[in-house]
Design a protein around this ligand. Structure first.
Ligand SMILES: Cc1cc2nc3c(=O)[nH]c(=O)nc-3n(C[C@H](O)[C@H](O)[C@H](O)COP(=O)(O)OP(=O)(O)OC[C@H]3O[C@@H](n4cnc5c(N)ncnc54)[C@H](O)[C@@H]3O)c2cc1C
Length: 414
């Protein structure tokens, strides 16, 4: 089949890879000059089933309310006259009960675990280098009360088959001596030994090259404007250059998916949630983290990536604006300089902001919709680097008429 994949972020490129494996003829269309140049560019790099908690939880409404008045919060809501944001928030709040949070978390966990297994297959088949580390991820707590709550909280994921080790500070130092400067700041933590990390941008651009060498065509610098349809079929996608016809289309446009879907009368419950990252060159490898971690009190993630440290923070509802100011990185920089004071060349840090394509449930939207030859593969939210590989295989299975290997209840539109 001739298949056009719309979008060359990690979701689109992993879909292209899976579709090529099934023998399809694949064309990928993206407005950027290279793959993974928007949200898949500067994320925290965590392949973290151990971080599968859904954001819509019983605590979330209170956190959102507080964020209206305290602007230094990790979660920031700016009230806007945007009906789509309000509709999204209503559905998000509806998902904040304990039961729904558990259901959504376990669905996310299953997809994340499956996706990690598919990632391992892809690595075995392609030998892609992307500053991968398999030393696990720390979930760190600064005081006893938050540590106890964190350990209790992990139970849902443990029951779902995810492995964690509970550590005091001495155990943490054994796994990562670079955290010596954190003595007195970190009380204890959990270590997810099977979680891993790597540079999503490096991986995706290299996988795009693998796809190209296997016959996929990449049309970069090409803006998708709409569709030519006939009944319940799409015939072609219209772009600012020409139209691209295909037998089947896969939509993976990240936070912008709702704009394109709306041209077909399809309403996707995806809203952009902005996040910030700062990438710091390492000047002293001995002082740099060996194991990635999340400071659960400040909600800041740090990830060693080759000769760099990537710090990420903040979930902000502020529409499609990707601008940033130095104040947006203050918390992340403070955490970096307090935990790893001698590791980074902080003056040479580079700054970035991106838009997580979030659904209220935290699970992506996969598979067919009312146009029979349009498949959705979008809305991967704060875990798209982790979920993309499995989601891509699920969508390829659906297209091939195979039963996906995991239950996708709650992730489909039909
Ligand atoms: C700060 C931050 C930290 C994160 N950390 C992690 C993490 O540690 N682990 C994890 O698993 N996930 C993480 N994520 C989430 C992850 O980065 C995203 O879920 C993922 O990158 C989404 O990929 P995507 O392909 O759906 O979207 P994108 O990467 O945004 O790709 C969409 C593509 O569609 C193209 N496009 C859009 N509209 C059009 C159009 N009209 N015409 C042509 N092209 C178009 C864009 O150019 C873009 O290339 C993080 C996100 C942020 C912001």
């Amino acid at each position: 089949m001739r298949i056009a994949v719309l979008g060359a972020g990690v979701a689109g490129v992993t879909a292209a890879y899976q579709l090529l494996r099934d023998g399809h003829q694949v064309t990928v269309i993206d407005r950027e000059p290279i793959a993974a140049n928007e949200t898949s560019y500067g994320n925290a790099g965590m392949i973290a089933p151990g971080h599968s908690y859904t954001w819509a939880s019983p605590k979330a409404p209170g956190i959102l309310m507080r964020s209206l008045f305290q602007r230094d919060q990790a979660l920031r809501l700016t009230l806007r006259a945007d009906p789509k944001m309000w509709a999204w928030c209503v559905r998000f709040l509806w998902n904040c009960t304990a039961d729904r949070a558990k259901t959504n978390t376990l669905r996310k966990l299953k997809l994340c675990q499956y996706s990690q297994a598919i990632l391992h297959e892809t690595i075995a088949d392609t030998s892609i280098e992307y500053d991968r580390s398999t030393r696990g991820i720390f979930y760190l707590y600064r005081d006893e009360a938050s540590f106890d709550a964190g350990v209790a909280h992990m139970k849902i994921l443990e029951d779902g088959g995810q492995k964690f080790d509970v550590l005091d500070f001495a155990n943490i130092l054994q796994l990562d001596p670079a955290l010596g400067a954190a003595r007195g700041k970190i009380y204890g933590g959990l270590h997810g030994p099977t979680d891993e990390t790597g540079d999503c941008h490096k991986f995706t651009t290299t996988l795009a090259e693998v796809c190209r060498s296997e016959g996929a065509e990449f049309r970069y610098g090409t803006k998708i404007a709409g569709f030519r349809t006939e009944g319940d079929q799409i015939r072609a996608v219209e772009t600012d250059k020409n139209s691209v016809s295909a037998d089947l289309f896969v939509l993976s446009l990240g936070s912008y998916s709702p704009f394109t879907a709306r041209k077909l009368g399809i309403n996707l419950p995806i809203y952009p949630v902005k996040g910030y990252s700062v990438t710091i060159p390492i000047k002293n490898m001995d002082a740099a983290p060996r194991v990635a971690g999340i400071d659960e009190n400040f909600l800041v993630a740090y990830t060693p990536m080759g000769n760099r440290i990537r710090m990420t923070a903040t979930a902000e509802f502020t529409g499609y604006d990707t601008s940033h100011t130095p104040a947006d990185f203050r918390t992340a920089m403070n955490v970096a300089e307090s935990l790893f004071p001698d590791a980074g060349d902080y003056a040479r840090a580079t700054y970035w902001a991106g838009l997580r394509p979030m659904t209220p449930e935290g699970t992506p939207i996969l598979g067919q919709c009312r146009y029979r030859n349009l498949y959705l593969n979008t809305g991967h939210g704060h875990m798209g680097w982790t979920m993309a590989h499995g989601a891509a295989r699920v969508v390829a299975d659906m297209i091939a008429g195979r039963k996906p290997a995991i239950d996708v209840t709650g992730m489909t539109m039909v």
